[in-house]
Every structure is written in structure tokens, then in C-alpha cells.
Design a binder for this molecule. Structure first.
Ligand code: HEC
Ligand code: HEC
Length: 198
């Protein structure tokens, strides 16, 4: 059967509609796993490009979940509003799912540093490692600090010191033990960033 001009036009329209639908399906966020919404800032595999966004790769699952819930219910507010916006859009059942994704990624490579003596000595003297153990069995709600962006750790320690990250477990303890100078906090952050996650 010969295709008339009118039939041709109708066919072209049908094809256009099909293509348009396929293209919009490509961009439907509900077709993608929830952790992809985290990738823009934290990296798809949990290693971020800037210290503004913490690495999540290999972090403890319970800690990731706690923090997402804390941003979601407004208990943690030192993120400039970015996490609270994302966390409130997450479905509650997605929280363990995204945490699982990031916890199962290889930990980040450390950030090399020439001299870590002062940071190491402060960390040991202040008995931080008693809680923040780098290996072995440890409290699932206490984060690993090793191989984290030094700039991120520094900001968190200052936030604890100045009461900006106040409604957190042990925040009083951190506020007290981190009554240090900016230089000392910076030294601890650089020592931790340079330490390999075991
Ligand atoms: C638009 C950027 C952005 C997106 C997207 C984003 N985050 Fe964040 N995230 C942040 C910022 C900013 C912080 C906090 C930085 C601070 O406290 O200074 C943060 C902190 C966190 C922390 C705390 C980590 C720690 O070591 O305490 C977790 C866990 C986290 N995000 C998980 C997620 C998950 C899961 C998603 C996806 C559902 C996500 N984030 C999406 C920007 C983002
Ligand atoms: C009694 C146990 C305990 C001790 C001791 C302790 N911490 Fe923590 N630390 C925690 C817990 C619990 C959190 C997570 C708080 C939360 O749930 O928001 C934390 C969080 C942190 C964070 C934020 C990490 C992140 O990914 O956002 C930093 C940085 C930190 N601690 C540094 C230190 C340093 C430095 C010391 C020593 C001066 C120290 N901590 C001593 C229990 C402890």
C-alpha cells in the first residue's frame, strides 16, 4: 500500500510523540535509585570533590542514617540548608537504602600531609581515639574520621566548639574538649585526613 502524504504526516507525529515520551522517561527521577540524588554533592561512590561535602564512602551505616534523619527533622542544621532540603524529599524507606550504598563503597584515599605530629599528639592526648576507633569493633553511631576531607573535619570541630552543631550526641563533650585554637583544630583535621582508613 502506498503511503499518502496525510498518512506520512500522521506517522511522523506518532514517531515524534514516541521519541518525546522516551526522552522524558530518561529524565524521570523516580526511575533512578535514591542515592543518585546524593551524587551531585557527595559523588556517586561517596567520594566528593570538595571539602564542603563530606565523603560518605565506607562510613558507618548507622551514622549515615542518623545524620540524614537529623537533617530531616531539623536536629542538625550546620549544612547551609542543602542537606535538609534533600533529606526532607527522601522517602523514609530510602534512608537505609542510600546508607547501604555509601557504606559499601571503598573508603576514600587519604589526603597526604608532610607533618602530622601536632595533630596526632593532640588527638591522642585528648583521647579522641577512645571513641573514634579506626578499626575493630566500635560504636556504630560514632563516625570514622580518617581519610575525610580535612576542610570538612575542621569545619565540624569549629561548629562543635562554637555550638553550631549542638544537638548531637556528645556535642557537649566535643564543645569542651575542642576548646582549642584554630591552628590546633586545623592540625587535628589534617592528621585525620592524612590517615588511612583501616
Ligand atoms: C546539594 C548538595 C547535597 C546533596 C545533593 C546531598 N548532600 Fe549530604 N551534605 C551536604 C552538605 C553541605 C553537608 C554538610 C556539610 C557541613 O556540615 O558542613 C552534607 C552532609 C551529609 C552527611 C553527614 C556526613 C558526616 O560525616 O557527618 C550525610 C550522611 C549526608 N550528607 C548524606 C547525604 C545523602 C544520603 C544524600 C542523598 C539522599 C545527600 N547527602 C545529598 C550537601 C548535600
Ligand atoms: C565519648 C565518645 C567520643 C569522644 C571521646 C569523641 N567523640 Fe567525636 N564524635 C562522637 C560521636 C557520637 C559523634 C557523632 C555525633 C552525632 O551523632 O552527630 C562524633 C562526631 C565527631 C566529628 C564529626 C565527624 C563528621 O563526620 O561529621 C568530629 C570531627 C569529631 N567527632 C572529632 C572528635 C575529636 C577531635 C575528639 C577528641 C577531642 C572526639 N571527637 C572525641 C563521639 C566521641
Amino acid at each position: 500500500m502506498a503511503i499518502t502524504a496525510a498518512m506520512g504526516l500522521r506517522l511522523a507525529t506518532i514517531i515524534l510523540v514516541l521519541v518525546a515520551n522516551a526522552a522524558s522517561a530518561d529524565y524521570d527521577p523516580s526511575q533512578y535509585p535514591a542515592y543518585e540524588t546524593c551524587a551531585l554533592c557527595h559523588g556517586l561512590f561517596g567520594v566528593s570533590h570538595t571539602a564542603k561535602f563530606p565523603n560518605l564512602a565506607g562510613q558507618k551505616k548507622a551514622y549515615i542514617e542518623n545524620q540524614v534523619r537529623a537533617f530531616r527533622n531539623g536536629h542538625r542544621t550546620n549544612d547551609g540548608g542543602q542537606m535538609s532540603a534533600i533529606a526532607t524529599e527522601l522517602q523514609p524507606e530510602d534512608i537505609p537504602f542510600v546508607a547501604d550504598w555509601f557504606t559499601n563503597q571503598d573508603p576514600p584515599a587519604p589526603y597526604p600531609e608532610e607533618d602530622t605530629t601536632l595533630g596526632a599528639s593532640l588527638f591522642n592526648t585528648l583521647r579522641c581515639a577512645g571513641c573514634h576507633r579506626n578499626s575493630g569493633v566500635s560504636d556504630p553511631a560514632i563516625p570514622y574520621l580518617t581519610a575525610q576531607h580535612p576542610g570538612y573535619l575542621e569545619k565540624q570541630m569549629r561548629d562543635f566548639r562554637e555550638g553550631r552543631r549542638a544537638v548531637a550526641r556528645n556535642s557537649g563533650l566535643h564543645a569542651t574538649s575542642l576548646r582549642l585554637s584554630d591552628e590546633e583544630i586545623d592540625a587535628i583535621a589534617r592528621y585525620l585526613g592524612a590517615s588511612e582508613r583501616q
